[in-house]
Design a binder for this molecule. Structure first.
Ligand SMILES: [Mn+2]
Length: 422
């Protein structure tokens, strides 16, 4: 918010300012520095132009949060929209509020008409129609309400007034800041239901990624847009952060994202164990001073203790924040059914070979060697065999050697803890 204020200063101050919900993302104590900062900055805005502040998600702005802003008393009027209704802005900068959900007849002398639909309180919907029907009912009721606003928007447009719908929620098919499309059945809006309201501009809050939809169906260009969040709060958020500068007439609407400085995030990923040399090189190619770094890796379970977090932290000392996300790939062990009941080691090997689909014969011959030969001879033979295989990799020993290798690899899974060898 501070940066928004600074940028407003750098730009021309807008004629009016709309905050489309979620000024806070959780309940704030009145004595917290962030509450004081928010109040003073909104007051600063109200000293420069009329302000409309809409109720956002109820868990972010618990009921009553916005009431304090009604008492701010800036040079310009501030309207808190925490119920469904319309407001006309007069040439003198006063907000004229509809007694009910809409004006029956437009008031005298407004220069713009705003229709306000605060965030839908899902708990209230569930209490009214039952929890099972709440998801579908939300969209239906919102859609009916938006259609109901259309006649007043048409009248206002005929009078040459800009018409603006301000709301907070999810548009079916929009994408989140992480690129995830929102395609559930419990979203408040569709682009169709929003355009049906007949307002020239639809100013939305809630989704953190800036996006807009435009339509021109004979009543001039109309536009629905999310500004997205001002801050970058999570790793992986794509796109610029900022606020929207709108130009709205009675038959036109355009918006432009004004980017604001936001937290820089950097992702560094390793396929296996993080390589400190590669990390050093990556940091030379892309310095991370002041950035928020997320370092990800995935290692097999047996290498998990080989990751040197302290050394990586040292290399990333200049970053504003470091987040390690190590993924451990678990070793999957398969039990060989019936192996515990087999008496002789020969039978255990056969049972295991049956489960993993291997040939038991090479291992049987190894067992025979163990029973019949001196240990040193077995070692000498194995070394001589390996030497021969190295000399002639394509030789007649090739097949046997590859069989042995298969058995050795899979042999990791054999359970020899029950019963002694025969
Ligand atoms: Mn929200």
């Amino acid at each position: 918010m501070l940066r928004l204020v600074m940028l407003c200063l750098a730009h021309k101050i807008p004629d009016r300012l709309v905050i489309s919900g979620d000024s806070t993302d959780h309940a704030l104590h009145l004595h917290s520095p962030s509450a004081v900062a928010l109040v003073s900055r909104v007051r600063w805005l109200a000293d420069h132009c009329p302000v409309l502040m809409l109720q956002g998600t109820w868990s972010h702005e618990p009921p009553g949060t916005l009431s304090v802003f009604r008492e701010l008393g800036g040079r310009h009027a501030l309207h808190v929209a925490d119920r469904i209704g319309q407001v006309g802005l007069t040439a003198a900068g006063e907000w004229v509020v509809s007694p009910g959900w809409s004006f029956g007849a437009l008031p005298e002398g407004p220069v713009a008409l705003f229709s306000c639909l605060p965030s839908v309180n899902r708990a209230a919907i569930a209490a009214a129609v039952g929890a099972a029907d709440a998801a579908g009912a939300t969209g239906e009721h919102v859609s009916a309400l938006l259609r109901g606003l259309a006649p007043s928007h048409a009248t206002a447009r005929q009078l040459g007034l800009p018409t603006l719908l301000v709301s907070h929620g999810t548009v079916f098919g929009c994408t989140t800041e992480h690129g995830v499309p929102m395609a559930g059945f419990d979203h408040e809006f569709t682009t169709g239901s929003l355009f049906d309201a007949g307002a020239q501009a639809v100013l939305l809050g809630h989704i953190h990624r800036h996006q807009c939809w435009e339509r021109d169906d004979g009543d001039g260009r109309r536009c629905i847009a999310y500004p997205g969040s001002i801050g970058r709060f999570h790793h992986g958020e794509a796109g610029d952060k900022g606020f929207l500068l709108w130009q709205v007439g009675s038959d036109s609407a355009t918006c432009r994202l004004e980017a604001t400085p936001a937290r820089r995030t950097v992702d560094i990923c390793f396929d296996g164990k993080p390589d400190l040399g590669a990390l050093r090189a990556a940091l030379v190619a892309q310095p991370v001073e002041g950035a928020w770094v997320r370092l990800r890796w995935s290692v097999p379970e047996e290498e998990r203790n080989g990751v040197d977090r302290a050394a990586m932290r040292e290399l990333l000392a200049g970053a504003a924040g470091v987040q390690f996300e190590g993924r451990i790939l678990p070793v999957v062990r398969v039990r060989s059914g019936g192996i515990g009941q087999a008496g002789a080691m020969r039978d255990k090997v056969a049972a295991w070979a049956g489960v993993v689909g291997a040939r038991p014969e090479p291992l049987w011959s190894c067992l025979d060697d163990l029973a019949a030969c001196e240990t040193q001879r077995i070692v000498d033979d194995a070394l001589a065999e390996q030497e021969a295989a190295t000399i002639d990799a394509q030789g007649p020993d090739g097949e046997a050697a590859s069989d042995l290798k298969e058995v050795e690899l899979a042999g990791d899974c054999i359970d020899v803890s029950q019963g002694a060898p025969a």
